[in-house]
Write a protein that binds this ligand. Structure first.
Ligand code: AHR
Length: 502
């Protein structure tokens, strides 16, 4: 059997894991809101129309923060449309997705939903068709105690206490020509700077995220980050990164290597942030908010047909990717990559959460089920807390179309505040189990607690409402441990979680 090894030491820390690394995203898009989290006629709907069965699934993921309300949608959104009596809220054309937004669910409703789902809101302001004035007003509405026009209106609309939203996105993907009121890096940097300044004057306790590139392969990538940060570095806290991967040609080894691209992307954006910081002689360091990541390609053709048939429809089933087993493996590899960069990646959002390129699916009037990608996210979010440790991995490698020397085994490790150790590992080999040997001598007397495996013989296997347990985690072979040395078998093509405790 092929072998790989992993050396860990509790003193070799990458950094404290920010819980917001396990965030997600709900956009007013498709059936994410209407038919996803909100369906007043559904048998499980609560008094506000939110599906309790969906909330229960969201809670299983243990998500600390949810980005809202977009996405591309936000660049044409008037936040004022989403407050006040529902009957008076306008129906608007959403130019981002070619649909109609009814504003039945708005700011108050989403904050209520988030509380019930045990999560916080990360709110995006519109820096496309709107600007700094609308941005500072929504901060005042959401976070100012009372005694001003917007805060008193919030109270009049039913929320006496401020919402206390702490993390704000300064627009969305403003480098993308598809964005409403797309900007150059300089234009965006200036607007982001003024918006951030005014939003923080209203509430100095907030943090703000500047838009980095919409993808690693954008033509303006790199220059965009540098130029816009030259305009706003002092007033922002994070730079965003977005990245989606696909496997339209069925090249599984190449697809599973895409986390190498993600790692390059992260390291390059960190370097650019630090270059601007250096250029400005700044003491402050910017961190990263990887606020959109996932696999996205399965639904592309279907979406064209849906929109052809029903342009300007409401809650159309858009971006409903059905995820297979290999997608879950890549999601696991991405989470491992975030953990290995935990010193700078402080926020990350699996895009999205329900129905729209999502780990959770629903049927209108019907059930809720977990897609394959649900499981690595759930494991990382539940067990990957505390300190990220620097893993020294030695693994056999392979070459694929875009990368050479891709390790068959990739791993990350976290040390919990209670001294428990968790190792996450993938085996990218298409056909060979690999024995992973651990050197854990620095941890003293550890006991192997659990080995969880996600594996399916068919990389294209999916979960459906009728067959929701087709791709689900199962116990793996026991971890052998003896005096600080341990070993475990990682099945070919598998996501693994190994838990150790004192
Ligand atoms: O998540 C789907 C879309 O992907 C978002 O609206 C946009 O920000 C990105 O291009």
């Amino acid at each position: 059997m092929k072998k790989a090894s992993l050396i860990l030491d509790k003193d070799y820390a990458i950094g404290q894991i920010d819980p917001r690394m396990y965030g997600s995203f709900i956009e007013h898009l498709g059936r994410a809101v209407y038919g996803g989290i909100y369906e007043p006629d559904h048998p499980t709907a609560d008094e506000n129309g939110f599906r309790e069965d969906v909330i229960a699934k969201v809670r299983e993921l243990n998500i600390p923060i949810v980005r809202y309300p977009g996405g591309n949608f936000v660049s044409g959104f008037n936040w004022e449309d989403s407050i006040g009596p529902r009957a008076q809220r306008p129906r608007r054309l959403d130019l981002a997705w070619g649909t109609t937004e009814t504003n039945e669910v708005g700011l108050h409703e989403f904050v209520d939903w988030a509380r019930k789902a045990n999560t916080d809101v990360m709110y995006a302001v519109n820096l496309g068709t709107r600007g700094p004035d609308a941005a500072r007003n929504v901060v005042e509405y959401a976070n100012h105690k009372s005694g001003s026009y917007w805060s008193d209106l919030r109270a009049k609309n039913g929320a006496k206490d401020p919402f206390g939203i702490k993390l704000w996105c300064l627009g969305n993907e403003m480098d993308g020509p598809w964005q409403m009121c797309h900007k150059t890096a300089y234009e965006y940097g200036r607007v982001a700077n003024e918006a951030a300044k005014m939003m923080k004057w209203v509430d100095p306790s907030i943090q703000v995220v500047a838009c980095g590139s919409a993808a690693h392969d954008m033509p303006t990538y790199g220059a965009w980050e540098y130029e816009m940060l030259m305009e706003c570095y002092e007033n922002v806290d994070y730079v965003s990164l977005h990245r989606y991967y696909g496997n339209p040609t069925g090249d599984t080894p190449g697809f599973l290597a895409r986390s190498m691209d993600l790692d390059d992307f992260i390291r390059e954006v960190v370097a650019i942030c630090d270059a601007v910081g250096g250029r400005k002689h700044a003491k402050k360091k910017l961190n990263l908010s990887f606020d959109e990541w996932n696999v996205w390609y399965h639904s592309s053709q279907q979406d064209k047909e849906i929109l052809k048939a029903d342009k300007w429809g409401r809650a159309l089933p858009l971006l409903e990717d059905i995820y297979n087993f290999e997608d879950a493996l890549l999601a696991g590899a991405i989470l491992i990559t975030f953990l290995k960069n935990a010193d700078r990646v402080k926020v990350a959002c699996l895009a999205q959460l329900v129905n729209v390129i999502a780990p959770i699916m629903t049927r209108n009037g019907g059930g809720v089920w977990a897609q394959t990608i649900f499981y690595p996210m759930m494991h990382a979010s539940r067990y990957g807390r505390g300190t990220a440790l620097r893993p020294i991995v030695t693994s056999p490698v392979y070459d694929c179309k875009d990368y050479e020397r891709v390790p068959l085994v990739d791993a990350a490790a976290t040390l919990g505040d209670d001294g428990s150790l968790t190792v996450f590992a993938i085996n990218r080999s298409m056909d060979e189990d690999i024995e992973l040997d651990f050197d854990l001598r620095a941890f003293g007397d550890l006991k192997a607690q659990e080995h969880i495996v996600l594996h399916h013989d068919d990389v294209k296997a999916v979960n459906t409402e009728a067959n929701p347990d087709n791709v689900v985690p199962a116990p793996g072979t026991p971890v052998k441990i003896d005096g600080g040395k341990a070993s475990v078998v990682l099945p070919a093509l598998s996501w693994n979680v190994m838990k150790f405790k004192k």
